[in-house]
Design a protein around this ligand. Structure first.
Ligand code: SF4
Length: 71
């Protein structure tokens, strides 16, 4: 994961993450399409707050997409 802009591998890690994310997950199933309805939570045996995690992933992906340091 691309975490530190000062890391010399940041640009490559950022690009790899974003390209892999787009390739692995169809657009309509990506985290930004979660509406937070909570219907998935009753099915998770680990009681993971899935909408919260999806929103966290979306914030991370959007941050990487809009990172002015790598434009
Ligand atoms: S809360 Fe769960 S079921 Fe509802 S949209 Fe998000 S991922 Fe899908």
């Amino acid at each position: 994961m691309a975490t530190d802009r000062q890391d010399p591998g940041y640009r490559k890690a950022r690009r790899t993450y974003l390209v892999s994310y787009d390739r692995a997950i169809p657009t309509l199933r990506q985290a930004d399409h979660c509406i937070g309805c909570g219907q998935c939570m009753v099915h998770c045996p680990q009681t993971i707050k899935i909408p919260d995690e999806l929103h966290r992933i979306d914030r991370y992906a959007e941050k990487l997409k809009q990172d002015p340091a790598v434009l």
